[in-house]
Design a protein around this ligand. Structure first.
Ligand SMILES: [Zn+2]
Length: 255
């Protein structure tokens, strides 16, 4: 029996790119992905309604679907990227939409209260709406290290050092650090990169996938980041639209 699985917990995939994204995830041997729409659980619900021609979809429980094609299968989890007043959070394993626009504290309380998992993505990159170190530490003070997780983000090139800082902060605060690709499938050929960008190898049982993630957060070990970040050019290329809106602010905030 296998005791680990390959997991990407940060994906923005619109319904019309699900076929490409799932095909890529299967080809690259991911075992489990979490769809994390902004303020919605749209792509997961679309899949759950079995609207895909080329994939069989079975519901495992409220938060997990098993998607298969030609004898291969992958689990798909229900997640969300929630916009709080202080920055963005990932909510894993939530069945209802977590409302955006509230304080970080109220949002964290809401996600944990629903049995969800709270992950702080791209913490140090304000142009990606990371919450920042101070906000994160204030939540660690309230909830403790084994309740929250951090992320090494595949859209942040190594040269920026922000992922290295998240890793150190995880060690310092006893918080698990997951790898997530943050692929935005709507842009260009990004959906083809699922499984070919940063992901996590999680120690645990795939049969109880969300529980295994929860255990890793509690123990703050048992996850290894497979770091395959974009180059700066790749990230800026798909970000070009927002970059054009406020170039100086955006580039400054990355550095
Ligand atoms: Zn994201």
């Amino acid at each position: 029996m296998r005791h680990s699985f390959r997991f990407d917990g940060h994906l923005h995939i619109p319904a019309d790119k699900l076929t490409t994204a799932l095909g890529s995830a299967l080809n690259n041997n991911l075992d489990f992905i979490m769809l994390t729409d902004y303020d919605e659980i749209r792509a997961f619900n679309y899949l759950a309604e079995k609207k895909m021609d080329n994939f069989d979809v079975e519901r495992v429980d409220d938060q997990i679907l098993c998607v298969s094609n030609a004898g291969r299968q992958i689990l798909v989890g229900s997640g969300e990227e929630v916009k709080t007043k202080e920055g963005h959070l990932l909510a894993w394993g939530v069945s209802d939409v977590v409302k955006s626009g509230r304080s970080l504290k109220d949002t964290v309380e809401n996600i944990l209260g629903e049995g969800g998992i709270v992950v702080f993505p791209h913490l140090y990159v304000s142009s990606f709406h990371g919450c920042g170190e101070r906000a994160f530490l204030s939540m660690v003070n309230v909830y403790g290290g084994g309740s929250l997780a951090l992320e090494v983000n595949g859209q942040i090139p190594d040269c920026l050092n922000a992922n290295a800082k998240s890793k150190s902060l995880g060690k310092f605060t006893n918080c698990a650090v997951f790898g997530g690709s943050d692929i935005h499938g709507a842009y260009g050929t990004e959906a083809c990169k699922v499984g070919f960008r940063t992901y996590s190898v999680v120690q645990g049982d795939l049969q109880n996938a969300v529980e295994s993630l929860r255990d890793v957060v509690k123990r703050y070990y048992g996850v290894e980041v497979v770091d395959m970040p974009n180059t700066l050019v790749e990230t800026l290329a798909w970000n070009a639209r927002s970059l054009l809106k406020s170039p100086v602010k955006k580039i400054k905030s990355i550095f």
